[in-house]
Design a protein around this ligand. Structure first.
Ligand code: PEP
Ligand code: MG
Length: 588
């Protein structure tokens, strides 16, 4: 929930307000609020039939709007618009709304009721939470068409888009505008709106409850995406303190970087990989310091498909990615689906697609699904422009060593099958797993014998460790990634992997945040899989840091000896911050 502070007595103008929200994407921007809130006042005189017609007409207009956006943005974010279009055309969703209208509801209420019912049926699942926002997105879009509200934007002004939530298609409508930041009430890291914002480097602050109460249309806003803070009608002194000039993205790496690594001030190589969600994320692989893709989320393009993609479709997609990555490696993560509306047909055999039905629990019930995906990955590797490179496959949400054995067997069956068919096989297949379920941490010895590499999924590991919903603003701020218990667990994983010679990276959001990344360097992590827009920040941090000193600091912080823990009154976050100040480490 956004906390509020009034900072100034200004007799003639409204005072500055500071709203504390949650950082959803880093960066600083200064602009004018555009309150996006499609509202519709219904004509109560309409008959049920007329309301139905009006609703269907608004749906057609919304579909048309998606079509226009598809034409404008042919390559960019095409899949994301397609999913909105598919959702709008979903007869089941349309029928639910019509049923509500027929039970004497007005259109706006019917739209909201369907949204609410869907949330009640599927709520509680973080994956569904992201998809729920898409349904909310089309609800808003239809409301906007009902209200026939044209979005009027002053293209000369930098705009901060303020909304309850924002979907990709809605965001597209602001594409011609000078969109510099976003403020949203809802806050899922996994929503597509956020994915696009990250890909475009737009700062976002989320978790701001009832923003309409505090922000008026056209208000001047200073958005601090790093701290998750918004200054409404900021004082000139505050604005002067911030550097809102955008950093050029992916400038040439400096001399202190080597091919495939960044070198710390005291000479330690640190490896930067990227997380790829959409094709545009692959652009930055041109940068010499980036070693490859540490996490390719295969479920994102699948989420866009109206039908379950067949082997050929999947092979084509992976092949494109491999060719784009050229001689750099790509870690393909097997499907991490759960509670996803787009694949409703897959859920039919399960009573309820709730939080637990994610990757292995789901695919272990449907081994054929995962086998088809593995087949496509194998075929893509041998037919791409770089067939001699190893194929990297990573399995998410593994909770027991036995599950790892099972997915490895499936992979072996697929490799044997290709061989029996006389098809080429990849020269090397490297099999990895995500460490994101705490149960695995208690069986690391067995588990590490079954993998070639691991990647720590700190987003899920954190939520399962602290028993919180990672998309909940209040909860996720209550606990700290840099808490002693969580850092201790990460250190155990890293130490044990290093001792066994298993390569370990971290691909959760914390690796993209400079202060957290600094602490991770201190507990021995050397491979960071981060979002492309954080590459320069993390590189700058590494180059301006003596790793030995952060190692000392973290040893101190995690020591069980109270005498070794020199500044017991400070949190790890405060101690790392203090060290960054002393060392003049660049954190932005
Ligand atoms: C994670 O859990 O940290 C992770 C990277 O996977 P995702 O965010 O896709 O669940
Ligand atoms: Mg995860």
């Amino acid at each position: 929930m956004g906390a509020l502070f009034m900072n100034e007595k200004a007799p003639f103008t409204q005072p500055q307000i500071t709203i504390e929200g949650m950082s959803l994407n880093l960066g600083i921007a200064h602009g004018h609020a555009y309150m996006y809130d499609p509202e519709y006042t219904e004509d109560t005189q309409l008959s049920t039939k007329q309301k139905e017609e009006r609703f269907l007409h608004a749906v057609d207009q919304a579909v048309e709007l998606c079509g226009e956006n598809l034409n404008i943005f042919q390559e960019q974010n095409r899949e994301l618009i397609l999913v909105q279009k598919a959702l709008l055309q979903d007869p089941a969703w349309q029928q639910r709304v019509i049923d509500e209208i027929q039970s004497k509801q007005n259109i706006a209420y019917a739209l909201d009721k369907v949204l609410e019912d869907l949330d009640l049926a599927f709520g509680g699942d973080s994956f569904w939470h992201a998809r729920f926002q898409e349904v909310r997105g089309i609800t808003q879009l239809v409301r906007q068409c009902l209200a026939k509200k044209e979005i009027e934007i002053d293209k000369t002004k930098p705009i901060v888009l303020c909304a309850k939530t924002i979907s990709p298609v809605e965001m597209m409508q602001f594409d011609q505008a000078n969109l510099v930041a976003m403020v949203v009430e809802d806050n899922s890291f996994l929503s597509h709106g956020m994915i696009i914002a990250r890909s475009r480097g737009i700062p976002v602050v989320g978790g701001v409850i009832e923003l309409k109460k505090f922000i008026n249309n056209n208000d001047e806003l200073l958005v601090d995406g790093d701290l998750g803070r918004i200054y409404v009608r900021p004082l000139s002194a505050i604005v002067a303190n911030y550097d809102t000039s955008k950093k050029p993205q992916f400038s040439k790496p400096s001399d202190a970087v080597a091919k495939g690594a960044v070198i710390s001030r005291d000479g330690t190589p640190v490896h930067i990989l990227i997380n790829a969600n959409i094709n545009e994320d692959l652009e930055c692989l041109e940068r010499s310091t980036i070693k490859g893709v540490g996490l390719y989320r295969t479920e994102i393009p699948f989420m866009m498909s109206e039908r379950w993609p067949d082997v050929q479709t999947q092979t084509r997609l992976y092949l494109q990615v491999m060719n784009k990555a050229k001689d750099k490696f790509v870690v393909f993560r097997a499907l991490d689906v759960g509670g996803d509306k787009t694949f409703q047909s897959l859920h039919k055999s399960f009573k309820e697609p709730s939080k637990g039905w994610r990757h292995s629990r789901f695919t272990l019930q449907r081994p054929s699904l995962i086998r088809l995906q593995l087949r496509a990955m194998i075929r893509a590797r041998v037919t791409c422009d770089y067939p001699d490179l190893p194929l990297h496959i990573m399995f998410p949400m593994i909770s027991e060593a036995q599950e790892m054995r099972f997915v490895r067997e499936l992979l072996q069956k697929e490799l044997d099958r290709e061989k029996n068919l006389g098809h080429a096989a990849p020269t090397t297949v490297r099999v990895g797993a995500m460490v994101e379920v705490p149960s695995v941490v208690f069986q690391l010895t067995q588990f590490l014998d079954l993998v070639d590499f691991i990647s720590i999924g700190s987003n899920d590991l954190f939520q399962f460790f602290f028993a919180i919903d990672r998309s909940d603003a209040v909860m996720s701020r209550r606990y700290d990634f840099l808490s002693r218990a969580f850092m201790q667990m990460l250190k155990t994983i890293i130490d044990q992997a290093n001792a066994k010679g298993v390569s370990v990276s971290l691909c959760g959001e914390m690796a993209s945040r400079p202060l957290e990344a600094m602490a991770l360097l201190g507990i021995g992590l050397r491979y960071f899989s981060i979002n492309p827009n954080s590459v320069e920040t993390i590189e700058n941090m590494v180059q301006s840091l003596d790793i030995w000193s952060i190692q000392d600091c973290m040893n101190d912080c995690l020591s069980d000896n109270p005498f070794a823990y020199k500044a017991a009154h400070l949190s790890i976050r405060e101690r790392v911050m203090e060290l960054a100040q002393i060392q003049q480490t660049q954190l932005s």
